[in-house]
Write a protein that binds this ligand. Structure first.
Ligand SMILES: C[S@@+](CC[C@H](N)C(=O)[O-])C[C@H]1O[C@@H](n2cnc3c(N)ncnc32)[C@H](O)[C@@H]1O
Length: 217
């Protein structure tokens, strides 16, 4: 996602009550941040926030945390959350957005703190020498396991078949069981899908969307 530098993005994020710029201070204490004991669902690489905004407004009994490295993108997620909650006359009390690099995620969540991870159209890193940067790569899955509850799920969507097939192997290698899998999500029997920005763009181009749910054993 190439965007021109936006000098106003960081101040706008810092002024927002549900943007967390010191996330490691909440490690092990996210339930205090949300003021409840509800499940925490993470979206890694949340981009412009359509998915997290619609998911969070529909599921007020869950807490949602979206992470993205780019302030210039996350600022639109912040605005999207504000818009969607306003349209639905709901208070924003179950969302947090974090501007950070996902490689440092272990500093932010403690054992058993997270119940689900969404990976939507993560960067596919197709070159062999870059595969280890994939957010589904075994080393990333091992990081996530340090804070995922037993029997947690990772929901993964992509339009890239090699990335999808390789990821199935990464999940198995890291001790996840593939509970649901489709090579064509939009023609499948899976009905709870929420479209992301990339998904909308790719499906309009006629591309098939692959989706799986991997469950931690
Ligand atoms: C291809 S976009 C997909 C955005 C959104 N999930 C969607 O489906 O429309 C990938 C997003 O992940 C973010 N991202 C990629 N690698 C990341 C990393 N290592 N740490 C934090 N964010 C990352 C990018 O900044 C970008 O916004």
């Amino acid at each position: 996602m190439r965007l021109r530098k936006k000098p106003w993005a960081r101040p706008e994020l810092e002024a927002c009550s549900f943007v967390v710029t010191n996330p490691s201070q909440h490690k092990g204490k996210w339930k205090d941040f949300f003021n409840n004991d509800n499940d925490i669902y993470l979206e890694l690489g949340c981009g412009r926030g359509k998915f997290i905004a619609e998911n969070a407004v529909k599921n007020k009994d869950k807490n949602f945390i979206g992470i993205d490295i780019k302030d210039e993108v996350l600022v639109y997620a912040k605005r999207r959350v504000e818009e969607v909650f306003k349209e639905n006359n709901k208070e924003i009390d179950n969302v947090a957005l974090i501007p950070m690099e996902i490689a440092f995620i272990e500093n932010v969540f403690d054992k058993d703190e997270v119940s689900r991870i969404y990976l939507n159209f993560s960067t596919p890193w197709p070159k062999k020498r870059h595969n280890k940067r994939r957010l589904t790569y075994v080393t990333f899955l091992e990081r996530y396991k340090k804070f995922l509850k037993k029997e947690s799920e990772i929901w993964f969507k992509t339009d890239q078949e090699d990335f999808f097939n390789d990821s199935i192997e990464y999940f198995k290698e890291a001790g996840f069981e593939i509970k649901y899998l489709t090579y064509d999500l939009h023609s499948s029997d899976f009905k709870e899908n929420i479209m992301t920005e990339y998904e909308t763009k790719f499906s309009l181009m006629g591309m098939k969307i692959m989706f799986l749910i991997a469950k931690l054993k």
